[in-house]
Design a protein around this ligand. Structure first.
Ligand SMILES: [Zn+2]
Length: 253
């Protein structure tokens, strides 16, 4: 887990698992690491349970109630001022929006992020699973990689738009949702989130399930998923033939 060097705790987590972690577990790992990153073990001091919401470390219903009230207040306060809060209104599933949110915040557990969290990664696992020619970072994986750039280009042609080439998530998203007029923004936001979500799932499939990378399969999955969201979130009431949808969505039509 970590190690003692000359009586001092060195924070370098060596987390060992009996199998490879899957996508949701990687999110949980990141949450765990963010919680324990400031923990420092002290030699000779016995560990034990402690209730953080009470000064004396003992549980009481009153302290639990106060803690939950504080959490609710801070959550609603942070949501009010959050810069990218509009993405939660997108016609997309909660999981997909959460992934897009983490990409915007630089918090998806890519290799570079895991390293920053002191998780030890083999050199052979550091490469981007799509091109296998560059280190895996958020910018590279989603926006700079030649392979994912081709996915974006295909999806842009599909919605009848030109390139929105940016190598930072926030710039890319803003350029993308502003490609159309105001009424298209919600749809384009859904397309952006769906593409990010499918790329992340594809990355995990390649990394942990020995999946193979196929641009054709990826673009098809994005379109099919968006078709499902279109129905589920009642994005449009106008009937549309599925085969036409797969070929092109003409936002200007
Ligand atoms: Zn790459």
């Amino acid at each position: 887990m970590g190690e003692w060097i000359e009586g001092e705790w060195k924070w370098k987590w060596k987390l060992l698992w009996i199998r490879e972690l899957m996508g949701r577990e990687l999110d949980q790992l990141e949450d765990l690491l963010s919680k324990i990153q400031n923990c420092c073990l002290v030699a000779g001091v016995k560990d034990g349970w402690r209730w953080k919401a009470s000064p004396n470390g003992l549980y009481s219903v009153n302290s639990a109630y106060k803690m939950m009230s504080c959490v609710a207040c801070s959550l609603s306060a942070s949501r009010q001022v959050e810069e990218w809060s509009f993405i939660w209104k997108a016609p997309a599933t909660y999981k997909a929006i959460t992934t897009a949110w983490k990409v915007l915040k630089g918090r998806v557990p890519t290799c570079d992020n895991l390293r920053k969290r002191q998780v030890i990664i083999q050199d052979s696992e550091e490469l981007c699973v799509f091109c296998k020619g560059a280190d895996e970072t958020i910018d590279h994986l989603f926006f700079e990689c030649q392979e994912t750039e081709e996915i974006w280009s295909h999806i842009l042609r599909w919605v009848g738009k030109q390139s929105a080439r940016h190598h930072k998530a926030k710039d890319h998203l803003l350029a993308f949702v502003n490609l159309g007029n105001k009424k298209d923004a919600s749809f384009l936001l859904g397309v952006w989130i769906c593409t990010i979500w499918c790329l992340w799932k594809g990355r995990n499939e390649c990394k942990f399930n020995q999946g193979t990378w196929s641009k054709e399969r990826m673009t098809a999955e994005i379109k099919i998923r968006l078709w499902g969201w279109r129905t589920a979130f009642k994005v449009s009431s106008s009937p549309l033939d599925f085969r036409r949808w797969i070929v092109a969505v003409n936002l200007d039509g």
